[in-house]
Design a protein around this ligand. Sequence first.
Ligand SMILES: Nc1nc2c(ncn2[C@@H]2O[C@H](COP(=O)(O)OP(=O)(O)OP(=O)(O)O)[C@@H](O)[C@H]2O)c(=O)[nH]1
Length: 368
Amino acid sequence: MTHNAIQRLLLKRFALAAGTYALVLLLLWLAFFTGHYDAPLTSVAIGSALVVTSQAILFAVFYSGCNLRFADPSLTEAQVLLGLGWQTWLIAHLDEARGAFLVFYVLILLFGLFHLSRRSFVRCALLVFFSFSTITLWEGYHFQLPDPAMAVLQVCVLFIVLVWLVLYARYVQASRQRMRQRRFALQAHQDTLRGMMRQLEDLVATDELTGLFNRRHFLRLASRELNAMEAGVVHGLALIDLDHFKRINDLHGHAAGDQVLQAFAGVATACLRDSDVLARYGGEEFVVLLPDCDADSLISCCERLRIAFTDVELIGLNVRNLSLSAGMTLLELGDDLDDALQRADQALYRAKRDGRNRCAAAWENVDA
Ligand SMILES: Nc1nc2c(ncn2[C@@H]2O[C@H](COP(=O)(O)OP(=O)(O)OP(=O)(O)O)[C@@H](O)[C@H]2O)c(=O)[nH]1
């Protein structure tokens, strides 16, 4: 969840608490006008004003984002303690109507059921019990209790309700903990799966021997490049075939042939830009797509590659006269990839036919 979403949620939660305060204040005034609240009008008015002020301060804290500076940005414990304080003040001034208002202690504790730690919850429950018991004892000591037996009953009921709430809170928090652990485990599984998917995608797209893209992945990438092509932009495409590769295999063995293929991959990768797409097209044939490239750049790139390959020295192998032939073509907006590959293939055929170790361009229509 984002910061803003959490903050919105906290503000909604605060609004719920503030609404409850408004209703309790209404009940307070009702108790006052029906003669159940034992305090002068000014005291009730000042008390109500203080409650409203405390809520206004809390609203300012949430609205300004100051709450985010605290370890618990929901400020649950502070809000619960404040609520318990006001509730005790209210209870202390009520006569036999006190019993009906006891329910608000439960309401305040329920507010902290999900967010308070086990310890804080027990602390708050103890505070409720001792606050109410102290008021009852104090009034009993000063013979101010209208019905002492009822007061004892209220203390007992409150005790039982509080014990139940503490046990229930433990149960709820243990369940939440379990759920949180499950969520973490699920997230870890998802990360592993995502990693495996990436590995699989790499495997599917890569040629095992050379580490280059394979033909299928090249065709996908090239089609994407072609579709995203803008007017006026030209891409270069070249099919590259290693010369007399069969002879290398025959004279030096298949492993040596593999080493030559890997050497070509290394040399070609070093000669190309990061944005160029090089792939093994099949056997000893490779393909390269040079985005945003004119005829001159394509020729000089293929020539650079050809010369670099002739200079390759293979460790532990005495393979001489390495060379390659390339067929080049240019891709323009609206061009078809298969057609372009065919043009490059025809140019490659010409390069082979004309003696190999050379680059031929499809646009040089010498056969025409
Ligand atoms: N070592 C090795 N050889 C391969 C691999 N893939 C294909 N080849 C061999 O590459 C050779 C290609 O031979 P040809 O198609 O006759 O081509 P070439 O000998 O290079 O002749 P030109 O292309 O005309 O210059 C075949 O002998 C294949 O067996 C590979 O992965 N490793």
